[in-house]
Design a protein around this ligand. Structure first.
Ligand SMILES: *[C@@H]1O[C@H](CO)[C@@H](O)[C@H](O)[C@H]1NC(C)=O
Ligand SMILES: *[C@@H]1O[C@H](CO)[C@@H](O)[C@H](O)[C@H]1NC(C)=O
Ligand SMILES: *[C@@H]1O[C@H](CO)[C@@H](O)[C@H](O)[C@H]1NC(C)=O
Ligand SMILES: *[C@@H]1O[C@H](CO)[C@@H](O)[C@H](O)[C@H]1NC(C)=O
Ligand SMILES: *[C@@H]1O[C@H](CO)[C@@H](O)[C@H](O)[C@H]1NC(C)=O
Ligand SMILES: *[C@@H]1O[C@H](CO)[C@@H](O)[C@H](O)[C@H]1NC(C)=O
Ligand SMILES: *[C@@H]1O[C@H](CO)[C@@H](O)[C@H](O)[C@H]1NC(C)=O
Ligand SMILES: *[C@@H]1O[C@H](CO)[C@@H](O)[C@H](O)[C@H]1NC(C)=O
Length: 507
């Protein structure tokens, strides 16, 4: 049918067709307002005439909305206003770490470039929703005026020379969905107000000089799909990201995170956490990440891995190299069907290589103490030494602790013995001697002179019963008893009163 129509149209009608399609095109094209045309030309001047904009001369203030899109330059319009501006320059990204916040000839825009004037011009294209200005040598602290682009949904200013902090005024850009400031020199911290971007799906700030901790605000942007903060100077503990149910990519490589690994959201497919100082065990929770495809935890200080990590249904790449994983892997370890590349090199793993790792998969195990493969393996003592070293220091701690406890216990016992002896003595005196003594003493008391009488030995013996007789017997009994009476009587009296509330009645 179609063929016959074409045949009918034939060559003679070809020109009609071309004319019709031209008419159609013309109807759908936009004539850019001249105001916005002027702004675009000004932007080109600010950017010092970058290559992708070189043929604007020929357009003669013509219709920028109808330029053919190329990877280097895209301008899209709606209602005769620019809504998308995409310019990819050819200035080198991050050439050196020499950048000190001043223009570098042939690398950044010139010293006369002003970020603030540039942004002031840009924001007058007030319908912009999508801005990409990459590799243009733009340098300076970012301008806080950028927030005037209140319709902005996507901003990519990667591979430039922006530094300082991400302006806090940007928090008002509530429509923002993707933000990329990769490969710049931002040297503040990750903004604490990130969660004001409640529709943010992509946050990419890799390869900057961001420092400090990742604020917990990140864990509240539940729309996030990609979080990329790799190659910065971020430290400390990661917030709990487990509520980011849309998150698929987490890339925090090459920072200085030094905590344990946090729980991760279940939807993650790609997790790159290598070259940090994450320590502790790989959390058991990771075995629930059933969408996980790539997991790179290499170059950290991780000590144990849950065996089930190897059998995740979708995992294909597992890099655990250069950690301090110790112990052995279960002989009947299960490997996921898609697992094709496992790197366990440079750890302290001992024992047999599990069967599933001896399969046709690519498995790197050098620098461990596996007994199966002597090649590239350390002698068992290397892995033992570490655990022993750890064990030894732990042992030392334990010994120290135990020693302290023993000393304390001994001191306590000695003290207790002393106390008990005294106490028992007094107690015994009170219990066994007190009644007898009381009668003796009251007898003594009843006599005016001498204030004490001479007791017979049996009397005393009976009175003092279990009391320390030997020390008495060595001395003159009289003296001892006198001494005893003088020093002990008031005590006995009070003790007796305590024990026997009605001594007078009893007497
Ligand atoms: C374009 O104009 C139409 C009609 O005035 C309006 O409905 C639409 O929202 C406008 N689009 C933009 C992006 O301003
Ligand atoms: C950020 O970098 C710029 C340019 O190198 C420097 O002037 C500024 O002091 C740095 N700020 C901080 C907080 O390090
Ligand atoms: C900048 O580049 C141009 C051409 O590529 C070259 O002629 C000029 O010498 C360079 N200037 C500097 C300072 O490197
Ligand atoms: C966020 O996205 C939703 C759905 O696309 C939209 O309805 C809402 O207006 C957006 N919020 C803001 C602040 O733009
Ligand atoms: C694992 O990571 C290390 C360091 O991060 C890297 O050198 C190595 O090539 C990776 N292994 C594989 C198989 O990709
Ligand atoms: C991590 O391991 C490295 C190298 O093994 C070591 O220098 C560093 O002290 C360790 N860091 C922590 C926090 O254990
Ligand atoms: C594996 O990933 C695919 C998408 O890549 C997904 O559709 C599938 O549900 C995942 N498998 C499991 C067991 O989750
Ligand atoms: C001590 O004297 C009192 C009266 O002064 C008397 O009641 C008591 O019986 C006397 N006790 C003895 C043991 O003689």
């Amino acid at each position: 049918m179609k063929l016959s129509i074409l045949q009918q149209i034939g060559c003679s009608n070809y020109y009609v067709l071309v004319f019709l399609s031209w008419l159609l095109l013309a109807c759908s094209t936009h004539q850019l307002r001249s105001y916005e045309t002027q702004l675009l030309l000004q932007l080109r001047k600010h950017l010092e005439y970058p290559l992708p904009l070189s043929n604007w001369e020929n357009h003669n203030n013509a219709d920028f909305c109808n330029l053919l899109s190329s990877p280097q330059l895209t301008i899209k319009c709606e209602n005769d206003s620019v809504t998308e501006l995409r310019i990819m320059g050819d200035k080198p990204a991050k050439v050196s770490n020499e950048f000190r916040g001043f223009a570098i000839p042939n690398i950044t825009l010139s010293q006369s470039f002003s970020m603030d004037s540039f942004i002031t011009t840009l924001v007058r294209l007030s319908s912009l929703k999508d801005v990409t200005l990459v590799s243009l040598g733009i340098w300076g602290p970012h301008s806080d005026k950028i927030n005037r682009l209140y319709l902005l949904e996507a901003l990519d200013m990667s591979s430039n020379f922006l530094f300082g902090s991400i302006p806090s005024q940007m928090s008002s850009m509530s429509k923002l969905r993707t933000l990329s400031f990769d490969q710049n020199y931002f040297n503040g911290s990750v903004p604490e107000w990130l969660d004001s971007w409640s529709n943010l799906t992509v946050l990419s700030l890799k390869n900057n000089r961001l420092n400090g901790e990742v604020p917990s605000a990140v864990s509240r942007i539940t729309t996030l799909i990609e979080l990329v903060l790799s190659h910065n100077f971020l430290t400390g503990k990661l917030p709990d990201l487990s509520k980011l149910s849309s998150l698929q990519l987490l890339d925090l490589r090459e920072n200085s995170f030094d905590s344990g690994l946090p729980p991760l959201p279940k939807g993650l497919a790609n997790v790159f956490l290598s070259k940090n100082s994450f320590s502790g065990n790989i959390p058991e929770q990771f075995v629930n990440l059933d969408q996980l495809q790539h997991l790179d935890l290499s170059n950290n200080n991780l000590t144990r891995t849950p065996p089930l990590l190897f059998s995740l249904p979708n995992i294909s790449y597992l890099n655990l190299s250069s950690n301090t994983l110790s112990g052995s892997l279960p002989e009947h370890l299960k490997c996921g069907e898609r697992l094709s590349l496992i790197d366990l090199s440079d750890n302290k793993i001992v024992g047999q290589l599990p069967n599933c790792l001896a399969d046709e998969r690519i498995v790197k195990i050098s620098g461990n103490c596996f007994s199966t493969d002597a090649r590239d393996q350390h002698s068992a003592s290397y892995c033992k030494d570490v655990s022993k070293g750890e064990g030894r220091s732990r042992m030392r701690e334990i010994v120290l602790l135990a020693g302290t406890i023993v000393v304390v216990i001994i001191l306590l016992l000695v003290g207790l013995m002393f106390f008990c002896k005294r106490h028992r003595t007094q107690h015994a005196v009170v219990q066994h001697i007190a009644p007898k003594l009381q009668s003796i003493l009251s007898e003594v008391e009843n006599r005016s002179s001498p204030p004490y009488r001479v007791f017979t030995l049996p009397e005393l013996k009976e009175a003092t019963k279990n009391f320390d007789q030997s020390s008495f017997l060595g001395q003159g009994l009289q003296g001892k008893v006198r001494e005893w009476k003088l020093s002990c009587y008031p005590i006995f009296n009070s003790i007796q009163k305590m024990l026997d509330p009605k001594p007078q009645a009893a007497a």
